[in-house]
Design a protein around this ligand. Sequence first.
Ligand code: CAA
Length: 388
Amino acid sequence: MSFPLYAPAEEHDMLRETVRALADEKIAPRAAQADEAEEFPWDVYKALVAADLHAIHVPEQYGGAGGDALAAVIVIEEVARACASSSLIPAVNKLGTVPIMLSASEELKQQYLSAVARGDAMFSYALSEPEAGSDAAGMKTRAVRDGDHYVLNGTKMWITNAGVSEYYTVMAVTDPSAGGARGISAFVVEKSDEGVSFGPKERKLGIKASPTRQVILEDVRIPESRMIGAPGTGFKTALATLDHTRVTIAAQALGIAQGALDYAVGYVKERKQFGKAIADFQGVQFMLADMAMKLEAARQLTYHAAAKSELAMKGQPQKDLTFLSSAAKCAASDAAMEITVDAVQLLGGYGYTKDFPVERMMRDAKITQIYEGTNQIQRMVMARQLLK
Ligand code: CAA
């Protein structure tokens, strides 16, 4: 049985104010141009690093800010309210490093978590392949042992922030005879490792300022010490990671939706038709009420899942985390899609143009229903939890 666990502390409220101020000042003004140019916003990255908001989840013992899961949610939510692409900086840094936090040796933790905490490097997560998306265990990338090294070959696809990240958690088959999930291991691969290259940037509908590229591995030889956890545990680590980070995708969806709702509320109060503000029409009011209701319901579920994620991260396993993280991701991303579509509707023809931010927000919302597992996969995960 789940029960309410989270209660945002005063520090969480202060954190939200800090991130919102930074996002209003430095991120929102850049968002449209970064989207248009499809360029990674390095200035935003630097601003987030300067404020220690680029990877707030990294524990203090590795030089991080030691923020809890709710703090990471709040950072991602507030950055996404201004710019979804930029919110992938803290989100993907978390996605790439949670496998390390969950399963890696102390040596790997010291080396890689500290580098991310300092802002010296970003960290991406490489699970999917051209022919292994929802069926992630069907991957073909191989890691073959050679003395005290592994040699990796294969192509990872849809890798967020590929090319701008220095480090990658790469899942690869080490034991094909084990069949699927049990023969997969996780590794840290560095951008500078010989044999690592990147495909061209995907030409996408949204999150255009965050590069999505293939990570191509050709005879990449890495020391065995770069394996995360024991051989054959990589798939479990990959799925356990998603239990934590689907909550951060929910946060991104909440932020995008909040940005669209806030903009639409401001607009309908200003826009006059038939001699009065369109906010005075009940049809418009009902739309706004539904948007805010869906958003708040998704937010409560996300914060609840974040509290569970935090307990699990502290070593107290939470049986319902898998269900709740999928539920939060699914509910928040479906809500974000509906809310952003309605925001465009409320702005009418103006909403359909690039002169207003809701068009970008609607495009950005779509990916939250797709990545870190499509919402069909989330429903499958939830149903499996119910039926097992
Ligand atoms: N935590 C830990 N272990 C888990 C787990 C969890 N949440 N869920 C399952 N496992 C274990 C199982 O117990 C099983 O282990 P045993 O064989 O020892 O029992 C093993 O993992 C395999 O589990 P399943 O048999 O359930 O695996 P499956 O092949 O049926 O797949 C799936 C399950 C849920 C469909 C999974 O493949 C999945 O989540 N697919 C979607 C993939 C996904 O989300 N991809 C997104 C990649 S990230 C991204 O989007 C890129 C980006 O940059 C943003």
